[in-house]
Design a binder for this molecule. Structure first.
Ligand code: ADP
Ligand code: ZN
Ligand code: ZN
Length: 705
């Protein structure tokens, strides 16, 4: 709503700023300005970019303290009301100041004052970008790579099978908002369902927001989308914008602007894409909706999946949540009838799900962690020219280095954690902490007894890779984990090699488990799954089951005879039994029953307060203090009877980078009660935090506890 100033000197703006203070800030403004426009304002000794969220007739503080807006940014239209509404919701739901929610949601160049005021600002980042794009347009456009050969999804849409057709029809029939939970076994062709549903929305001239959990899944889908648009007469590749954290600030700004201006018809991205303004949004797709990567782990700890559902509701558009192993939260919604349940029960190609075999390792002699059965099966598959995936969720060479004479083990000096043995590219070994990132040399002798015989214990991807190179000298081996893919583009290159058949054995962590449609992979071997079996977190079994279903689902996708061999000391665990039967329903029922009995989510709602201090005692003290706040001021708190505040406890890894941590869990059977409690409590926490040297963070709907 444009505001015409009547008296120039009585115009004020209320601004949201990315500063760790609650509340909004009022400034005088001598120019016309709209809600949703950005301004540059003085704050302390700095200039900050902020968002105008209100036009008060008088400032909330004494007039003599009110400073003046330095610059009104008019390089793009004011952000729309629905976008501001989403930010406001996120701010209230996740209990963070509006400015700390809103500003980080913008591409970095749009929120840096220096991008507008510096000597070389040249009108700001938007105008600079537009000038550059204009120049590019004059040159002939380069080929966008839509013809790359390693994409598995062909430009020609396959004829959908009955289940896929029904799924597409269900989505297409939705007018207004509804959530479809698309549960399809691995290889059931969920991607085709998404593409068809998207196509219909695009034909209506509306935009599609397509979320994937990992950067590595974007290239495969990007190619599919581009190829499909081109072949269906869609005019140009420009209709697609991609957004993820691997992009430069400039690239991200370009995608964001093209989506905001409606030039991009599809926005494909990781969780950060959820906050992009989309003027003609018609459909939101969240692939692998159960994936932990949708949850931001610092700053605003939002769930992109949950925001997607909220946004779909707010905009009155359908939301499709897809997965082979839906989160128990979403599955429960579907069972209760709040989401529409759509099932794809068979693989789209004419192949069965892989056979899952348990290799009982209790009485076996293992060779570097491999059972004779697994090695034999690998040999056979390799002999038939098929690919093999060895899955082990542990990177590095060995999880710990130890002294065989005195029992010394390598430990990070700054964390309560082992330091992990890593091999550098040069072959030299280093000790690395996976918690603080600290690194150090490998001691030549035991620091405790001087013995020279230090041995790596256990194994990670690097050691597995080394062993397999000896064991299968002919085989071409690739390792895909966070270390081997650190350089930009290296993950894409490695996956392309696998798709092109240049790799025989793939060793990888959970990075290789999801989404990828490997054509020639016959066997999946799973090592050390047991290590995840007895974790404390109540979601651990759910996560393990999902991960194993995903990785198992990489086997035999394009031809019959896929096989999974899982090595375990506990073949009778319910998680494994369910996996063997590909029985999501059974597992979900078992897990939901257990959650219900214990009153855990989705039968309750949680928030987690984590405190960090120099010493654990400080953190615990802070938590104990704030735990008592509601009792001390019951008049300020509503529905306290519905709230459970548990005892503060140290985190599993107590110390990280010399900071000691403890947590306090808040739980309620009622989401509104929890929300009202948190609104009051987070105010009080802010006060308490100001007087304390302890730092804290509050997470709503925590994923890991
Ligand atoms: P999901 O994501 O459900 O695990 P994908 O979407 O990767 O499965 O599809 C698995 C494979 O099946 C892909 O190679 C895809 O090209 C193929 N596919 C999908 N739908 C069909 C269909 N209707 N007919 C034949 N092949 C199909
Ligand atoms: Zn020793
Ligand atoms: Zn450390």
């Amino acid at each position: 709503m444009p505001l015409v100033p009547q008296e120039r000197d009585s115009l004020y703006v209320r601004v949201a700023l990315d500063v760790p203070l609650p509340g909004l800030f009022d400034y005088r403004c001598m120019q016309e300005v709209e809600i949703g426009q950005r301004v540059i304002v003085p704050f302390g000794r700095r200039d900050l970019v902020g968002m105008v969220v209100g036009l008060p007739s008088a400032p909330a503080v004494a007039i003599e303290h009110v400073k003046t807006v330095a610059m009104v940014l008019d390089d793009m239209p004011a952000l729309p009301a629905d976008w501001l509404g989403m930010m406001d919701f996120a701010s209230r739901y996740y209990q963070r100041p509006l400015g700390e929610v809103m500003m980080p949601a913008l591409p970095p160049p749009l929120r840096k004052a220096a991008a507008y005021t510096g000597k070389r600002a040249a009108g700001g980042p938007v105008r600079r970008l537009d000038r550059r794009l204009e120049q590019q347009r004059k040159k002939p456009s380069p080929d966008c790579g839509a013809n790359a050969t390693d994409g598995v999804i062909s430009a020609q849409a396959p004829a959908l099978n009955t289940e896929q057709r029904q799924a597409v029809a269900t989505i297409a029939a939705i007018s207004g908002h509804d959530v479809v939970l698309l549960r399809g076994v691995t290889g059931s062709g969920k991607t085709e369902v998404y593409l068809h549903a998207a196509q219909k929305v695009l034909a209506e001239g509306r935009q599609v927001l397509f979320l994937v959990p990992e950067i590595n899944l974007t290239p495969q889908l990007e190619r599919a989308l581009r190829a499909r648009f081109q072949s269906s007469g869609g005019n140009d590749t420009a209709a697609l914008a991609v957004m993820h954290s691997g992009m430069s600030d400039g690239e991200r700004l370009e995608s964001w602007l093209r989506a905001y201006r409606g030039e991009a018809r599809v926005l494909l991205g990781t969780r950060m894409a959820i906050t992009t303004p989309l003027p003609s949004l018609g459909l939101i797709i969240v692939d692998e909706e159960h994936d932990a990567s949708y949850k931001q782990q610092d700053g605003l700890r939002y769930s992109a999946r949950d925001l997607a559902v909220w946004r779909g509701h707010d905009r009155g558009v359908p939301v499709v949540l897809g997965s082979a192993t839906p989160s128990l939260e979403s599955w429960n919604h579907a069972l209760q009838g709040r989401y529409r349940r759509v099932l794809l029960t068979r693989r789209a190609r004419d192949v069965a799900l892989p056979v899952v075999k348990m290799v009982d390792t209790r009485r076996l002699r293992l060779e570097q962690g491999f059972s004779p059965q697994l090695l034999d099966a690998m040999e056979q598959r390799l002999g038939q020219g098929e690919q093999v995936l060895v899955f082990i969720n542990r990177r590095g060479y060995a999880p710990v280095l130890s002294c065989s004479s005195c029992g010394w083990v390598s430990q990070c000096t700054r964390c309560t954690a082992y330091s992990v043995l890593h091999r550098q590219r040069s072959g030299a070994a280093r000790l690395q902490c996976h918690h603080c990132g600290g690194q150090g040399p490998v001691p030549r002798a035991c620091p405790s007894c001087g013995d020279l015989d230090l041995k790596p214990m256990g194994r990670g991807t690097q050691r597995i890779e080394e062993f397999l190179a000896e064991r299968f000298p002919e085989a071409r081996i690739a390792r895909i984990d966070a270390d081997s893919t650190r350089l930009k583009g290296s993950a894409a290159a490695l996956f392309a090699q696998v798709h092109q058949g240049e790799v025989d054995i793939l060793v990888g962590t959970q990075m290789v488990a999801k989404g990828h449609d490997f054509a020639n992979l016959g066997l999946v071997g799973v090592l050390n799954a047991d290590s995840m079996l007895f974790a404390q977190d109540f979601r651990a079994p759910e996560r393990l089951f999902a991960q194993l279903m995903q990785v198992a689902g990489r086997a035999g996708r394009h031809r019959v005879g896929g096989e999974v061999m899982l090595q375990t000391d506990y073949p009778d665990q319910p998680v494994y039994r369910a996996l063997q039967r590909h029985d999501y329903d059974g597992f979900a029922q078992y897990a939901l029953d257990e959650r219900k009995a214990l009153g855990l989510p989705p039968y309750s709602y949680q928030a987690l307060l984590v405190a960090e201090g120099r010493e654990l005692a400080q953190a615990l003290q802070f938590l104990n203090d704030v735990r008592r706040l509601p009792e001390d001021h019951p008049e300020a708190y509503f529905m306290l009877a519905h709230i459970t505040l548990y005892d503060p406890v140290p985190l599993r890894v107590i110390r990280v980078a010399n900071i000691e941590r403890a947590q306090l869990l808040v739980e309620s059977q009622s989401r509104p009660a929890l929300q009202r409690f948190l609104a009051q409590w987070s105010n009080d926490l802010f006060q308490a935090g100001r007087d304390s040297r302890v730092r804290y963070s509050l997470e709503v709907d925590p994923f890991e506890i």
